[in-house]
Design a protein around this ligand. Structure first.
Ligand SMILES: [Zn+2]
Length: 118
């Protein structure tokens, strides 16, 4: 996990839970009008998306994935939690001979079989 994004995700998680709690509390007790609830709901939605985005980035994934997953609600959350953490993998490498792009797990070039430079 990438620390910077994990920290952003944790802050967004707290904001999400607190804002959801406030929205549910004021709704249940009819403390404010429906229109007055909208900014609170906006804070909840924005922090929820920020949380998904940050946790996806923390796992070395595309931020777009974090933007798409909240549409799946709880299923999206489960997918996010189950995603493999790619942040610790070594980066891909480019072949010196043919400039072909190879995966970190390839020991020789996929295109010209030249060995991976050390
Ligand atoms: Zn090559």
């Amino acid at each position: 996990m990438i620390k910077k994004y994990t920290r952003i995700g944790n802050v967004a998680l707290v904001v999400t839970v607190v804002s959801l709690g406030i929205v549910m509390y004021v709704s249940a007790n009819k403390l404010i009008s429906e229109d007055a609830r909208l900014p609170l709901i906006a804070v909840y939605v924005i922090s929820l998306w920020t949380m998904f985005w940050a946790y996806a980035r923390a796992k070395g994934r595309s931020g777009a994935l974090g933007i798409a997953l909240p549409f799946l609600n709880l299923i999206g959350l489960v997918i996010l939690l189950c995603l493999k953490d790619l942040s610790n993998l070594p980066p891909d490498w480019a072949c010196e001979k043919c400039k072909g792009k190879n995966l970190a797990s390839d020991s020789t070039c996929r295109y010209c079989s030249a060995p991976q430079p050390s």
